[in-house]
Ligand binder design. Structure first.
Ligand SMILES: Cc1ncc(COP(=O)(O)O)c(C=O)c1O
Length: 417
C-alpha cells in the first residue's frame, strides 16, 4: 500500500467513522486555502473587497414588490409549478427581444434557460469533456468555470491574458502543438473576472482566424457587459456570438445575476441547435427546470422595461465606485503596483512585483480589517500569486476611500520590510 492508499484507508472523512468511496471526479474539488482564510475575515466590521456580488442596497426591491403583487392568479400558479426544461415560453420570448437589442443572433440559435450561468457552463462542460480532455482557458480565469472543468476531469491548458485579451501568439502555439486538439476554448470578453479588461476587436478577429475550421467551439461567458462605464466602449465589446463567425460554434452564456439579482439563480445559454439538444438533455437530468418563480419575475422585469431603467441606474453607481477605486488606488498604492483601469464590471486586478506572495499580504490586510482575493485563486494551475483582485461592487465610495489605504499599507509593510 503506498502512502496515498494508506491515507485513504485510515483517515476518516471529517468526523465520519466511515471512509466513503467518493468518485475520483470529486477529488479536484477542495476547499481552497483562501476560503479557509476568508472564514477568519467574517468580523462584522471587516471591509470586504473580496466578493463578486452586487451591493444589497442596489437591488430593485420596490420594482420586485410591484411585479409580484401585480401577478394574476394563473401567473402565480405558473410561478409555483415545474416548467419546461428549456424555460418558460414567455421568458424565452422576452429574453429573445432583450438579447436581440444586443445584436445577438437568437433566431438562428436556441436559447436554454439555466439555473445561473454557472449551470450553463457546467452543462457545456459535461456535454464536451471526457476525463483527460484538454480545454483552453485564460490565465487568470473565473474560478467557477475552472471548478466546473476540473469536476469533469479536464486538463486545463492556460493562455496568459494581456491588457487586450488572450496572448494570441501563445494561443497559436498551443493550437499548433496540442495533440489531441482541445475540446473547447472558454473565455470572458467583457470586464473580465478577475482581470477587469475587455477584449479588443483585433484580438477577437485573430481568435476567429486561429479557430476557424478546427472544430473547437468557444464558450463565451459574458455576464458583466451591461455594466459599462462609457458608451464609447460598446462597439469594441461586440460579442463573438454577434459577429457570428462562420465555421466556429460559439456557445454564449449570460445571466440575470448582475442585472437583477443572483438570488434568482437565473442564466441562459444561446447555442447552435445540435449543441442545444445535447444540453437540454443534460439539464433535464440535473434539475428538470430552473426556478419558475424567478422566471416569471424576470420575464415581467424585461416586459415592463424595468430592466433598461435598472441597468442604467446601477451602471451609474458602479461607475462611481469604479472611479473612486481607481482614484484611491492611484493615490495610495506604491509605484511598483500596477493595474489596468477598469472600464466597467466589478473588479480591479493589481499586479505586484514578480514573485510576491499575496497570501502573506492578505494575512496582514485581515489584521487591518480589510480583505481581497489572492491571485492564485484564479490561476488554472493554482500557483501564480503575485496579483490580487480588489472588487468595487459591494462597497460604497466612502468605504472604498477608507479600505484601500489599509490594503496599500499591508502591501508596503510586507514588500518594503
Ligand atoms: C465571469 C463569470 N461568469 C459566470 C458567473 C456566474 O454567475 P451566475 O451563475 O450567478 O449566473 C460569474 C459570477 O460571478 C462570473 O464572474
Amino acid at each position: 500500500m503506498n502512502a496515498t492508499e494508506m491515507k485513504r484507508q485510515t483517515v476518516p472523512n471529517s468526523g465520519d467513522s466511515v471512509q466513503h468511496r467518493f468518485a475520483q471526479s470529486s477529488e479536484g474539488l477542495s476547499s481552497s486555502e483562501i476560503r479557509d482564510l476568508m472564514s477568519l475575515a467574517s468580523a462584522p466590521d471587516i471591509i470586504s473587497f473580496a466578493g463578486g456580488m452586487p451591493g444589497n442596497e442596489l437591488f430593485p426591491l420596490d420594482e420586485m414588490d410591484r411585479i409580484y403583487n401585480n401577478l394574476t392568479e394563473s401567473e402565480k400558479q405558473t410561478a409555483l409549478q415545474y416548467g419546461p426544461t428549456s424555460g418558460i415560453p414567455s421568458l424565452l420570448e422576452s429574453l429573445t427581444g432583450y438579447l436581440e437589442t444586443k445584436g445577438l443572433p437568437v433566431k438562428e440559435n436556441r436559447l436554454l434557460i439555466t439555473t445561473g450561468s454557472l449551470q450553463a457552463i457546467h452543462i457545456l462542460a459535461r456535454a464536451f469533456i471526457d476525463p483527460g480532455d484538454r480545454v483552453l482557458v485564460e490565465n487568470p480565469s473565473f474560478i467557477g468555470a475552472l471548478s466546473a472543468f476540473r469536476a469533469c476531469q479536464a486538463e486545463l491548458r492556460a493562455i496568459p491574458l494581456r491588457g487586450d485579451g488572450m496572448d494570441m501568439s501563445l494561443l497559436a502555439k498551443e493550437l499548433n502543438s496540442a495533440s489531441p486538439q482541445p475540446k473547447f476554448l472558454y473565455y470572458a470578453p467583457n470586464f473580465h473576472n478577475p482581470a477587469g479588461i475587455i477584449y479588443s476587436m483585433e484580438v477577437k478577429q485573430q481568435m476567429i482566424a486561429l479557430l476557424r475550421g478546427r472544430n473547437i467551439p468557444v464558450i463565451e461567458d459574458d455576464v458583466y457587459s451591461d455594466i459599462w462605464f462609457d458608451e464609447k466602449d460598446l462597439p469594441e465589446m461586440m460579442n463573438l456570438k454577434a459577429m457570428n463567425p462562420e465555421g466556429i460554434d460559439i456557445c454564449f452564456t449570460g445571466s440575470f445575476s448582475k442585472i437583477l439579482g443572483p438570488g434568482l439563480r437565473l442564466g441562459w445559454m444561446l447555442v447552435p441547435e445540435a449543441i442545444y439538444r445535447k444540453c437540454e438533455l443534460i439539464k433535464q437530468s440535473i434539475d428538470a427546470c430552473s426556478p419558475s418563480l424567478s422566471q416569471v419575475l424576470a420575464d415581467k422585469f424585461i416586459r415592463s422595461g424595468e430592466i433598461y431603467r435598472y441597468t442604467a441606474r446601477i451602471r451609474e453607481e458602479y461607475k462611481n465606485r469604479g472611479e473612486t477605486m481607481i482614484a484611491t488606488l492611484e493615490e495610495h498604492l506604491p509605484e511598483y503596483v500596477t493595474f489596468e483601469r477598469p472600464r466597467g464590471g466589478f473588479y480591479t486586478w493589481l499586479q505586484l512585483p514578480k514573485g510576491t506572495d499575496t497570501t502573506i499580504i492578505l494575512k496582514r490586510a485581515i489584521e487591518k480589517g480589510v480583505v481581497f482575493v489572492t491571485g492564485k485563486t484564479f490561476d488554472p494551475a493554482g500557483i501564480q500569486n503575485d496579483h490580487m483582485r480588489v472588487s468595487f461592487c459591494n462597497t460604497d465610495a466612502a468605504t472604498i476611500r477608507r479600505g484601500i489605504p489599509l490594503i496599500a499599507q499591508a502591501i508596503r509593510e510586507i514588500i518594503e520590510k
